[in-house]
Design a protein around this ligand. Structure first.
Ligand code: BDP
Length: 718
């Protein structure tokens, strides 16, 4: 009797524990929860029947494993995956075109045309089965994930036909991870790269990281910080990197490194890192050779040079092109690329910081070798909640430009604010540069189709860390997901991505989707409203960048807030018009005209481009000051309404994540009010106007906010 009781307790306990474990967020959007609708589940079971995944490569093995895990979960019964044809097989995955079934068929040509990463999924009446097929095993892996997404989001699969290929060749995460495992601007714990235990210990996390990335089409990872440490290039670390590369390879993910420009001096013992010096060229050639001996498919280098104190070719009076090409020549024989960042600005140049990258790089268009990308942040300053698109997009037609988005929420609420960033990414991608006439969107510039560039790409600064749920905020997973989906296909909408992410990550329950999707979709605009409305930017606290700091002054001007908002008794905003800093001149005429003209300028960018009087009449009829108050108050009000909205989903999802999100929403609500009060009280000193009486007035004076001081905010070295 006693034993029976004990056994029962163990069973119950393990049930409770697995349940808790199952919903801590670790599984991301790959939860493979049972299909809730039993008739749909039966349909799937009947249709899919037995499954065959052809091929014996490591990737084919990975596909079999993923299929087994996914189908057993979704169909709620053990599903066997075979590597040879069985009778009544309803689903077949082909990892190359050399299989009898698709030989000579019209599909074969199509599959070839979809390229190495593309795939075709179709319901073949002739063969009486669903086929997932690609020229390569990696393409078949991507196709598998697509198919599984259909099931996870409970779509019909009868008669399906899907042709997919990525819009860009390089879809990369950029980890700003240091070798000591701190993460610059990381809010989800420490770096997942356990350098100390590599190469002998392969953390299961690496595999799950690879699965998650492959499922959204990410095909590369820069594992080290752009503020680089030359140590990563030493043989000791390269051996560790090789082990990591081996773990990620079956999932189609290549490893890349940041290259510290002064590495030949720091670890090579040379007296100089001048890129036109023979010894330096030889050092890099030998280093690259060594890397490729260990990692035959190494992706290449990402370089932050002559920016924020990082060394670069300008230390030796050489150009960015001299530096980038020297590395590119070393990498070219092995198929590697250089991603040279355009994020450069110099405090010695008294010019508007927003103009400097364009001024530096535009004249170099045509000087870079074929395997050099210029990697450009979405906007001309620095990942602010809202920026206009970077004027370099469209301005360097001879050079492939790689988009750099920030996924980690350095300026968008760290890991405590629910801010879905897809609308921000889309706003930039959909912006019309007019570089080739109307319709020359940023998306088209970066996909390389205008000029037929061999390479094209998108990079996202990762928000991943050792937190059990990877990203800190459960909803921050959506930003990782959205980045990958958009890097694959810039045409997807924020709404589509939110929908599929929610269904896979939480539930297909329509009640839940109807409540939470609108929260996600409006969250970015809400955050802009309570942080930096109407084109304000760079008014966050110094160094850690968490919370408001419109009063930040002193030190180098372009690291202060007053440099950017320019509030005075007359008005507020940075005059970048043709009578101001002339930053508008860097855009093509149609865009310039719009931004330059006070009346035509989109109000959401007004204070980015113009210094505007406090009593300027806005489109709403409000004067500017009242409109500013309106935005700050409506943003904070929306944030404060979120916890209540979220409470209405209680019981529709697991308790663990429900509670986790609720607590974070309460933090966000508080912090939105903090931003609102601090900014309005500060700007009020200049506007000398009241906060309209209809609003709840700030309950603390400005000094209170100015005196707040925080130590040990995550994301920086303290
Ligand atoms: C800034 C970050 C800084 C990065 C820099 C960069 O504050 O930590 O090193 O971007 O992109 O936004 O290089």
């Amino acid at each position: 009797m006693k034993i029976q009781k004990l056994l029962l307790t163990i069973v119950l306990l393990s049930f409770i524990l697995t349940k808790a474990d199952a919903e801590n967020g670790y599984d991301l959007w790959l939860r493979y929860a049972p299909v809730p609708d039993s008739s749909l589940c039966n349909d799937y079971s009947k249709k899919i029947g037995n499954v065959v995944v052809y091929g014996q490569t490591e990737t084919a093995l990975v596909i079999r494993e993923e299929m087994e895990k996914a189908l057993s979960g979704l169909l709620n019964k053990p599903v066997d995956i075979s590597d040879k044809e069985e009778t009544n097989c309803g689903l077949a995955v082909y990892t190359s075109v050399d299989f009898p079934d698709i030989n000579d068929s019209e599909e074969k040509m199509l599959i070839e045309n979809l390229g190495d990463e593309g795939y075709l999924i179709y319901d073949s009446k002739k063969l009486n089965k669903i086929i997932v097929a690609s020229k390569s095993d990696i393409g078949a892996l991507y196709g598998t994930f697509y198919f599984l997404r259909l099931l996870q989001t409970n779509q019909a699969i009868d008669g399906i036909r899907i042709e997919e290929k990525p819009k860009t060749t390089h879809r990369l995460l950029n980890h700003w991870d240091n070798l000591d495992r701190t993460v610059e601007r990381g809010y989800a714990g420490f770096s997942i790269w356990d350098w100390h235990k590599l190469p002998d210990f392969i953390d299961k996390r690496y595999i799950d990281y690879a699965r998650a990335n492959a499922s959204i089409g990410i095909n590369g990872t820069v594992v080290s910080n752009v503020n680089a440490n030359a140590l990563i290039l030493t043989t000791q670390y390269l051996n560790k990197l090789a082990a990591l590369a081996n773990a990620l390879r079956p999932y189609g993910i290549k490893v890349y490194l940041t290259a510290r420009f002064s590495a030949p001096v720091e670890t090579g013992g040379l007296p100089t890192a001048d890129p036109l010096t023979d010894d330096v060229i030889e050092w890099w050639n030998a280093k690259v050779k060594e890397i490729y001996t260990l990692i035959p498919d190494f992706g290449g280098f990402l370089v932050k040079a002559n920016s924020e104190g990082q060394p670069g070719p300008q230390n030796y009076n050489r150009t960015h092109a001299d530096g980038a090409n020297m590395l590119a020549k070393a990498l070219a024989p092995f198929g590697g690329v250089v991603m040279w960042r355009a994020f450069v600005y110099d405090h010695n140049v008294p010019d508007d910081r927003a103009k400097q990258a364009y001024n530096e790089f535009k004249p170099l268009d045509g000087d870079f070798l074929e395997n050099v990308f210029i990697q450009v942040k979405n906007g001309p300053i620095d990942f602010q909640p809202r920026e206009p698109f970077h004027p370099l997009f469209g301005a360097m037609p001879k050079t492939p430009l790689m988009m750099e988005f920030q996924i980690t929420q350095e300026y968008t609420g760290c890991a405590t604010h629910l801010v879905y960033l897809a609308p921000m990414y889309k706003e930039c991608l959909d912006s019309d540069t007019y570089s080739k006439g109307k319709g020359s969107t940023v998306a088209k510039v970066i996909d390389g189709s205008f000029e037929g560039h061999k390479y094209s790409g998108m990079a996202g600064v990762s928000n991943i860390g050792t937190d059990i749920n990877w990203t800190g905020h459960p909803f921050a997973q959506a930003n990782w997901y959205a980045f990958g989906r958009l890097a694959w296909n810039t045409d997807l909408t924020s709404e589509q991505i939110a929908d599929e992410w929610l269904r896979q990550t939480f539930t297909n329950d329509q009640n839940f989707i109807d409540i939470v999707k609108p929260i996600m979709l409006s969250s970015r605009e809400m955050m802009v409203d309570y942080m930096t409305p109407l084109g304000l930017h760079h008014i966050m606290a110094r160094n850690h960048h968490w919370g408001p700091g419109p009063w930040v002054t002193g030190g180098r001007p372009d690291w202060t807030s007053v440099y950017y908002h320019r509030a005075d008794t007359l008005g507020i905003g940075f005059d970048r018009s043709s009578t101001g800093s002339k930053a508008v001149d860097q855009y093509f005429p149609q865009v310039k005209e719009e931004f330059d003209n006070l009346v035509a300028c989109p109000e959401e960018l007004l204070l980015w481009f113009h210094h505007v009087p406090w009593d300027y009449k806005m489109r709403s009829g409000n004067i500017l000051w009242d409109e500013l108050c309106h935005h700050y108050y409506s943003g904070a009000a929306e944030a404060n309404a979120m916890p209540e909205k979220w409470k209405s989903v209680e019981g529709l999802i697991d308790e663990e994540r429900y509670e986790h999100v609720l607590q974070l929403l309460n933090i966000q609500a508080k912090e939105a009010v903090w931003w609102r009060n601090a900014c309005l009280l500060y700007f009020q000193q200049f506007s000398k106007r009241p906060i309209p009486t209809k609003y709840e007035q700030p309950d603390k004076p400005l000094e209170y906010y100015q005196n707040l001081n925080f130590r040990y905010v995550p994301g920086i070295k303290n």
